[in-house]
Design a binder for this molecule. Sequence first.
Ligand SMILES: Nc1ncnc2c1ncn2[C@@H]1O[C@H](COP(=O)(O)OP(=O)(O)OP(=O)(O)O)[C@@H](O)[C@H]1O
Ligand SMILES: [Mg+2]
Length: 246
Amino acid sequence: MSFAELRENERAKRLMAMGRMAANLAHEIRNPLGSMELYCTLLKRDLAGHPTSLELAEQIHAGIKILDRIINNCLQFARDLVVRPKTLINAEQILKDAAVYMQPACAEASVELLIEDRGDYPIRVDPYLVQQALLNVTLNAVDACRGQDGKTVRIVSDRCSRDEWRLMIRDNGPGISDADQEKVFDPFFTTKQGGTGLGLAIVHSIVSAHGGVVSIDSVLGQGTTVVLQFPVSAQTADANQFTEQQ
Ligand SMILES: Nc1ncnc2c1ncn2[C@@H]1O[C@H](COP(=O)(O)OP(=O)(O)OP(=O)(O)O)[C@@H](O)[C@H]1O
Ligand SMILES: [Mg+2]
């Protein structure tokens, strides 16, 4: 076994152990958290005429929502990824559906979103999971560029060869140091307040479950590019159809 395979093997084992732990924790925390959210909503109603106390209750509610997101991410990360029977779908459709969620996030952060679809073509992936991966990567880019002048997030969808569909997400944000680049796919690595550090770990799982590869390339002060590569060679019948249509 090569060094790279050993490392990947080790990583897979670590992910499994962390996944089990995350699932147990999430399970135990979820129920009391649900009650807290409900009681907080009721409390806020009672405090309608007391602005100072209401503000405190709002803060508690905001904290509960962050915890809820962490728990949901943990559960998502821990559960075995099931790639639903991959339907043949146009790449353009995946981008269009994801844009519905990405546009408001970009607008809110004053970041320009550019989507470049280099030709429409059918691909066989789990559209829900791929959209989720695309959203996680894009929201990271948006977070990195938030509120700064002249920032853009560019998404390029490209069937670069007969065997590969590539989604590239590039931002001109602050970039990531070499040391941190080593860790960004590790579960729970985050530099954000309120971040779970599970976004890119989930992206890695999703792309791997499709037999694909995810890579990151970043230069401090210049920006970050994340590339999701999906193999399409297994789609023989449809790939042939695709080739014939060219
Ligand atoms: N485009 C980017 N530019 C700069 N830093 C990034 C970028 N994408 C990821 N990172 C770094 O990688 C870390 C891990 O990202 P990941 O998506 O796994 O977790 P997160 O974004 O911190 O938390 P969550 O996804 O739960 O919001 C981030 O905290 C950030 O430091
Ligand atoms: Mg993230």
